[in-house]
Design a protein around this ligand. Structure first.
Ligand code: SF4
Ligand code: SF4
Length: 448
């Protein structure tokens, strides 16, 4: 047995084991296409190995030597192509966003009211498009509920529950401040958030550029100036169930979205209350119109992930298949650093969300500048128009994103390698299309 034989056999075995693991995990994940394709490569390599054994010794050595050299060159190529990570670039001054201008606020204004008239007098540029979209039945309206009464009613019940929490978000802090150190406070807060169900939590200084300028919706008086002077922001993420998201844009996806918003509200309300009991001001920011900030860029600064092409945060663990929660406070804390995960480099190569978006709302090309930030700017009106057509929050882009794969050992290894090598990024983007489909099949949710 010579050295070429051993080296060639080891390389071949590594590939055989890789495809065996790939097919095993695909089977667990019920990914039929990925399973059949990976098992095909597994048997093909096994057959090749068998044929090599049957070949004459000189031919066998020649094949194995060739195979090893090819394998070694590929590994070298991957290692020698380190990724120059690009993340969100701040290109100019970021102005505060007025919550009255965001799409969810605009669609709360009722025709014939003073708010409606005044708003569109100030912003005639939105009027025509918004009026067109208003003709489509609203999300969770009776039109959609009639299509699937049980599922849409369940989602509506979840949002009703959230409505009842909107006034629980703040309060007066207790007298007498706890004397624990910032390190101890951080450990406690992260532990408690983890205990209540989120294992992805980060802290940053509250950047005033991400605090809304004026109240646009929710229980606080419309048009009031927002004064949120807290020093820190605690951001956390909750994983959405892949089986529910896989039915996007059908009803189960909005049930899952609302479920995670309810959980995020519970966590942030309890932990904000806990902080106030420690003697420090704190406010929970919850979905269902109670945010005083734009959350994704804050979560980005807190190290939870990066902004993706699809316009939302891609978390380090669950990709975009997550919902965010936020608490702002003056409790002394230790901040985290923004994460550089190579996600935006990957988005540059992938574009799968743009291909699959039923509203063509995701830009397939380069980033553009918006409010002092270079990013992929979502066509929010077209996205929201599709939400009203489907009666849900769609989430097709979340489902198809390669980063939404389960957080298991196999995908963790792929993600780690994607983080390191630019060649691997290209391979992995093409591989995702080949094994899972450029337009992945939707699946039946457990609730249907
Ligand atoms: S689908 Fe691809 S391009 Fe879109 S957000 Fe995910 S990784 Fe980025
Ligand atoms: S949620 Fe749906 S419509 Fe909106 S960007 Fe994603 S895929 Fe497109």
């Amino acid at each position: 047995m010579n050295i070429w034989f051993i080296a060639g056999e080891i390389s071949l075995s590594i590939l055989i084991i890789f495809f065996l693991l790939f097919s095993f995990f695909s089977l667990l994940e019920k990914e039929k296409r990925a399973f059949w394709r990976s098992i095909f490569f597994f048997f093909l390599l096994l057959l090749l190995n068998f044929a090599v054994f049957l070949a004459s010794v000189p031919l066998r050595n020649l094949i194995l030597r060739g195979f090893f050299i090819l394998f070694a060159l590929c590994i070298l190529f991957l290692l020698l192509s380190p990724l120059r990570k690009k993340t969100t670039e701040i290109t100019g001054k970021q102005e505060k966003i007025d919550e009255r201008d965001i799409i969810f606020a605009r669609f709360e204004y009722k025709e014939g009211t003073k708010v409606f008239e005044k708003y569109y007098a100030r912003h005639p540029e939105y009027k025509e498009t918004d009026d067109e979209i208003r003709k489509i039945p609203d999300i969770l309206s009776s039109h959609h509920i009639n299509k699937s009464p049980a599922l849409f009613s369940l989602a509506a019940a979840e949002f009703d529950f959230l409505e009842h929490q909107l006034t629980q978000v703040s309060g007066k802090e207790y007298a007498g401040k706890a004397r624990s150190s910032p390190y101890e406070n951080t450990r406690m807060v992260k532990n408690f958030i983890g205990y209540f169900g989120s294992d992805l939590c980060g802290i940053c200084n509250l950047n005033q550029a991400y605090v809304y300028s004026h109240v646009g919706r929710g229980p606080e008086p419309y048009g009031n100036t927002i004064e949120l002077k807290h020093k820190f922001a605690i951001a956390f993420a909750l994983e959405m169930d892949l089986k529910m998201v896989a039915s996007a844009p059908q009803a189960p996806v909005i049930i899952e979205t609302a479920k995670k918003y309810v959980e995020a509200a519970k966590i942030s309300i309890i932990v904000a209350n806990f902080i106030r009991r420690m003697g420090y001001p704190a406010r929970a920011h919850i979905a269902g119109s109670n945010y005083q900030t734009v959350i994704p860029p804050i979560a980005c600064e807190a190290g939870l992930g990066e902004l993706g092409r699809l316009g939302i945060l891609i978390t380090s663990k669950y990709g975009p298949r997550a919902r965010l929660g936020l608490i702002t406070t003056d409790l002394p804390l230790v901040t985290d650093k923004p994460a550089a995960l190579g996600i935006q480099n990957f988005c540059q190569r992938c574009q799968k969300c743009a291909t699959n978006c039923p509203a063509q709302a995701i830009p397939p090309g380069e980033k553009t500048e918006e409010n002092g930030v270079l990013k992929w700017v979502l066509n929010r009106e077209e996205c929201y128009r599709f939400w009203r057509k489907s009666g849900t929050d769609c989430a097709v882009c979340i489902y198809v994103c390669p980063y939404s794969k389960p957080h298991n050992t196999f995908h963790r290894i792929i993600r780690k390698m994607t983080e390191k090598s630019s060649v691997f990024q290209s391979l992995s983007a093409r591989g995702d299309d080949f094994f899972y489909g450029r337009i992945p099949l939707r699946k039946k949710s457990p609730l249907v």
